[in-house]
Design a protein. Sequence first.
Length: 232
Amino acid sequence: MTATLRQTATTVASSMIEGASMATALIGGAAGAYLGYQLAPADWSDGTRIAFAGAVAVVGAVAIDGLAELALVPLRRLMRTRSPLPSTRRSGPAPAATLDEALAQVVTATEEDAAHRAASASLRIDDGDNFLRSEDRWRGYEDGEASFYLAPGVVLHHRTERSKYGHREPRFTLLTGDGEQPVAITGMEEIRHQLAARAAGLPAVPATVDTEDSEHKVLITELDDHLKALEA
C-alpha cells in the first residue's frame, strides 16, 4: 500500500471511530430519554416528566459512551501507532568529507538560523503573528543578521546586541537604499508610517523623535496631517 493510500485509509478509519463514538452517545441519550419518560410516574406534570427524561438521557449518553470508549480507545491507540505524525523537519546533510564542505554546511545552517531567529523575535513588534513571522521572507546572513524585504529599496533589518546583563536582545531597523539613516523600529505602526510617507513622496521622518528641535516637531505634525488626509 502506498503512503498516500495508507494515509487516506487511516483518515477514514479515524473518522469512523469518532463517528461511532458520537453515535453511541446519541443512542444512549435517546434510549435514556425514552426510558426516563416511560418510567416517570403518571401523576407528574408533563414538564416534570420531560425534565426527568432529560436527566436520564444525559446519564444514558454518558454511560453508553463510556462503555463504547473501552473498545474505541485501543483502536485510537492503534491508529496513532500506525500513522505517526509527519515530521516537519527535513533531514540534515550528510557528514562533510572535507573542511571546505563542512564550512559550507555551517554557513548555510547559520543563515537559516538567522532567518529563524529574526522571524521568532519579530513577535516583539508584530503581535498580529501573520506578517513578519513568515520565516520564508527573511533572508539570513552568515554573520547572524537577517533582512526582510518590504518594498523596492526598503528592508527591515534584524540583529542582536548584548545587553548590559549579557543577554542577547533583538534590534530591528529600517534600511533604505537612498542614503537615509537607519530608523529604529519598535512596532508595526512605525513601519506603516515610514512606508506611507515614502508612498506619498513626503520626508520619512521617524514617527517619534526624542528631541526638542521645534523644526522636527513641526515636520512630524505636518507629515501626520498629510498621511491622515491621504488615508481618509
